[in-house]
Design a protein around this ligand. Structure first.
Ligand code: NDP
Ligand code: 2IT
Length: 444
């Protein structure tokens, strides 16, 4: 049995009941085989892959809080500090009822290599809770966030571990979390990113993941001699990533036909109205059923269905495993040119294989959505130097980072005989830096 297969079997045996984590490890290990095989003996002796697949630290804690009826509620909080070889742990917090260790570990694992690809000094971590912010009052969200931070504060810090947003955690939640951290620690430091602009946040962080996804897609198409202008796109999701992906796509001359949330999806033949979407989701925190009130020509459908709409580009921006084999077949049948992942691990392993086998240009999540965390790292830099950069400065740095990522993953894929396999290129390029740093730092 090869070293990769040995480690994979060990990860499966050690992490039962965590299919998302095993999926992420499998996808990663399968594509980095050429690098591992070239160094098999030494990597095996120092158990490099076993160490890489074992989080440095996993924290799980009780989060009690009082709801608006005076009833005490209890949720579970998580933080997985996965790998600090190249910098302090960095990665978002997810508040969603589906959260458990398997989700947080897959996200933390992906984050290690994504953060490496940004070229900035940040390690990998992720956290969250099974708390569902949907339908809660602002006071309830504040009570939850304060209780969550009352435990989390002792594990994080500007040079230790710097959380940010993810599903269910946006500007409102980061504000409440930051306030409680500062109150407990009496330190005004950049311990979270995605902060508000009045208390240390960075311009362009809100837009960064979605904008970065489009800068990445534009460049990836360009190296394949395709111009993004004039293309059509289907987008899933209607949250932070989807909204700013749609906005930037439109600025680049792309017509975006769809968006979705967990109850249904919208088809707008005239192109999604971003301002309407922002009002529905960012201001009213309402459902997509409202979209028709703004755009009578649009259709609203219950359930899922965006991947059946014919378009040149598909940009999944909602959640893991939202694009399965059947969806991939529908996209290919409709002649899709490229799939670039805004969400984390939105395509199943079978879907990814099918898309690649059918000549679709595939931009993997850990490269395509790295613009969010890259801009978080730029927020950390601004906090350290106690300065704020202009929107244009941050946005141009973000764009350059995404362009560099495209060229780095393309080069890594070519170097290992996998030209055009950007998923392999991303994993290889992300891995090599982390592996070098781990080896240099000895057995820790
Ligand atoms: P938001 O909470 O802002 O939006 C999430 C969107 O996805 C909502 O439209 C939500 O619908 C939908 N969604 C969430 N869970 C499900 C589900 N189980 N089934 C169907 N739809 C679902 O989160 P973000 O936009 O921040 O995150 C979206 C994705 O992007 C995630 O995979 C996240 O990990 C990833 N990501 C986020 C980054 C960031 O900076 N925010 C950076 C890099 C990646 P509903 O409101 O109905 O639940
Ligand atoms: O998945 C991700 O990269 C994020 N949710 C953003 C993490 C961050 O630290 O900005």
């Amino acid at each position: 049995m090869s070293y990769v297969d040995e480690v994979l079997a060990r990860v499966e045996a050690k992490n039962p009941g965590e299919p998302e984590f095993i999926q992420a490890v499998k996808e990663f290990l399968d594509t980095v085989r050429p690098v591992i095989e070239a160094n098999e003996e030494s990597y095996k002796k120092m158990a490099l892959l076993e160490r890489l697949c074992e989080p440095e630290r996993q924290i799980r804690f009780r989060v009690p809080w009082v709801d608006d009826n005076g009833q005490v509620q209890v949720n579970t909080g998580y933080r997985v500090q996965f790998n600090s070889a190249i910098g302090p742990y960095k990665g978002g917090l997810r508040f969603h009822p589906s959260v458990y260790f398997g989700i947080i570990k897959f996200l933390g694992f992906e984050q290690i290599f994504k953060n490496s690809l940004t070229g900035l000094p940040i390690g990998g971590g992720k956290g969250g809770s099974d708390f569902d912010p949907k339908g809660k009052s602002d006071r309830e969200v504040m009570a939850f966030c304060q209780s969550f931070m009352t435990e989390l504060y002792r594990h994080i810090g500007a040079d230790t571990d710097v959380p940010a947003g993810d599903i269910g955690v946006g500007g409102r939640e980061i504000g409440f979390l930051y306030g409680q951290y500062k109150r407990i620690k009496n330190i005004y430091e950049g311990v979270l990113t995605g902060k508000g602009l009045t208390y240390g946040g960075s311009l362009a962080r809100t837009q960064a993941t979605g904008y970065g996804l489009l800068y990445f897609t534009e460049e990836l198409l360009k190296i394949n001699n395709i111009d993004i202008a004039g293309k059509t796109a289907v987008v899933s999701g209607a949250g932070n990533v989807a909204i700013y992906a749609i906005q930037k796509a439109q600025q680049l001359g792309v017509k975006v036909l769809t968006c979705s949330d967990s109850t249904g999806w919208v088809y707008d033949p005239d192109g999604i109205d971003v301002e309407a979407l922002r009002e529905i989701k960012e201001v009213k925190r309402a459902r997509l059923t409202e979209y028709k009130n703004y755009r009578p020509n649009a259709e609203y459908h219950e359930g899922r269905g965006v991947w059946n709409v014919k378009a040149d580009l598909a940009l999944p921006c909602a959640t893991q495993n939202e694009l399965n084999l059947e969806d991939a077949k529908a996209l290919v049948a409709n002649g899709v040119t490229a799939v670039c992942e805004g969400a984390n691990m939105p395509s199943t392993l079978e879907a990814t294989e099918y898309l690649k086998a059918n000549g679709v240009i595939f931009g993997p999540a850990k490269a395509a959505n790295a613009g969010g965390v890259a801009t978080s790292a730029l927020e950390m830099s601004q906090n350290s130097e106690r300065l704020s950069w202009t929107f244009e400065e941050v946005d141009s740095k973000l764009k350059q980072i995404m362009i560099n990522i495209v060229h780095n993953i393309d080069a890594a894929a070519k170097e290992y005989g996998k030209a055009g396999d950007y998923a392999a290129g991303a994993n290889i390029a992300g891995f090599k830096k982390v592996a070098d740093a781990m080896i240099a730092q000895g057995i820790v």
